[in-house]
Ligand binder design. Sequence first.
Ligand SMILES: Cc1ncc(C[n+]2csc(CCOP(=O)(O)OP(=O)(O)O)c2C)c(N)n1
Ligand code: SF4
Length: 284
Amino acid sequence: MITPGSQYLDEQINTVKENGFLRYRTGELPTWCPGCGYFGITDAILKACLELNLKNEEICAISGIGCAGRYPVFMNVYGFHTLHGRSIPVASGVKLAREDLTVFAVAGDGDALGIGGGHLPHIARKNIDITLFLFDNSIYGLTKGQSSATTLFGQATSSHPGGNPDTPLNPIKLALAYGASFVARGFAGDPEGLKHLAKEAITHKGFSFLHITTPCVTFDKFNFTWKNLKENHSYIDQSIHNVTDMESAMRIAEHERFKLGVFYKDSNRLSYHENLRNIASKKA
Ligand SMILES: Cc1ncc(C[n+]2csc(CCOP(=O)(O)OP(=O)(O)O)c2C)c(N)n1
Ligand code: SF4
């Protein structure tokens, strides 16, 4: 039997501590349902922070409302659990005031693409240097399973038991069309792959859009399940796709909706702060 304080437990705790990424966690235990994809996403993001040698006090995580919105509560970094749909504008404000911080906006699909959907084009066109981690389970989790902007057409939900009558948004196509300078998709069930994408998103200069697919194990038992997502997801063949090719990115986003990896990246585009400085120096 394993008892608290046993050698086995001590060894396990030490191993976990040595991994280091727990330094970004508060003592609060996540309130997410057992099996929720958000655990894998969290680990991936924190491991990315660790590998990038980010100090806790250099990170600020801003969330909206929803199960995804709980994220800053569990993170031992600066953070703000703000209003529903408002993670992007609040994160933008933080970045404008404190350019030195690494700023994350964390939002569910309801938060980022429904009530907060109007903020996406503007952060993309301004190219403010924050990373949006979009936790997309295609459902409103916190409020018990209503249809969201990415719920499948015809999918039975608590708000549409007879089937969702709305056509889902395509988040990658949207981000590309709005002009985001970094657009990628990761999967909660591949935390290692997601960690690499998170590192690339965080270090990209300008706005990074990281769409993350994840199951809501409690309110979607049939559609975006672990099994279905695992079976359907595969990575873009980067030997064929050039990430600077917008047309190719759009084509993949349109026709291969379960592809993972970097769709588009423009490393030359100036960030909002760079544009501000250039304009200021011309006036001087
Ligand atoms: C202005 C406003 N409208 C509605 C709500 C109720 N509400 C809270 S969370 C949420 C949706 C959450 O879904 P999502 O953003 O996809 O996140 P998840 O819970 O799935 O992580 C809604 C409608 C709210 N808190 N505030
Ligand atoms: S309701 Fe869904 S999204 Fe929310 S914690 Fe539970 S499994 Fe995760």
